[in-house]
Structure formats: structure tokens, C-alpha cells
Design a protein around this ligand. Sequence first.
Ligand code: HEC
Length: 109
Amino acid sequence: MKHLSVALAIVGLMSASAASAAVDADAAQALMKKSDCFKCHSIDKKKDGPPYREVARKYKGKADAEAALTKHITESPMVEIDGVKEEHKAIKSKDPAEIRNAVLWILSL
Ligand code: HEC
């Protein structure tokens, strides 16, 4: 049994580091630049939209974080800016892996 738990611990460590290595921050930011996301958001300053770091904090530890953010940036929900309702900008990609990378980057901040 001892061997088994050691083996499981190693597998756990490996998948944890694989998950963080999987986020390509440069690719995420390039895609989000192309999609005009930084017009209303920055990493840590409030603009028309909340800073990404605040978003990451809001979703920390929530099991549905990835699904909720993916939905938010692909389905153009209505948001309110200065009292005016408008459709939220959608990410300029149809590639699920690319979109997931951007979502995971935001959540990693
Ligand atoms: C015209 C301004 C504007 C642009 C451009 C914009 N956003 Fe937003 N975004 C907002 C506003 C305003 C909110 C807050 C909505 C709310 O809390 O109801 C928001 C919220 C968010 C959230 C948090 C959602 C949540 O559930 O808390 C994420 C993540 C996000 N935006 C990502 C992006 C990405 C990625 C892009 C580029 C594709 C983008 N935004 C472009 C204005 C913008």
C-alpha cells in the first residue's frame, strides 16, 4: 500500500505541474489583444471592465470557473457600462484549445 500512495502522490504532482505549464501566457495575451479585450480590462487596474486579477479572485476555488468564463467570452452576454447595456465582446477564436488557454490564463492571475 505504501508504494501505491507514493505512486499516486507522484502522479498528482506531475498533473499539477502539467496543468500550470499548459497555460501559454503569451498566446493568451496575443489572442486577447487581437480581440480588443484590453480596451476595457487590464491585469490589475479598473477600466470599464473589472481587472482580470479581480476576476481570478472572484472565481478562485469555484468548480464552474472555467465554464462560466468560457461562456462569458464566447456568448456575448449583455453587460452594463456607464449605465448603457451592450453586448460583451466575444473572443476572436473558434479554437476551443486557444479559448481555454485564455480562460486559464485569466484564472491564473
Ligand atoms: C467594451 C468593454 C469591454 C470589452 C471590449 C471587453 N470586456 Fe470583458 N467585461 C466588461 C464589463 C463591463 C464586464 C463586467 C460585466 C459584469 O460584471 O456584469 C466584463 C467582464 C468580463 C469578465 C468577468 C466575467 C465574470 O463572470 O465575472 C471576463 C472574464 C471578461 N470580461 C473577459 C473579457 C475578454 C476575454 C474580452 C475580449 C474578448 C473582453 N472581456 C472584452 C467590458 C468589456
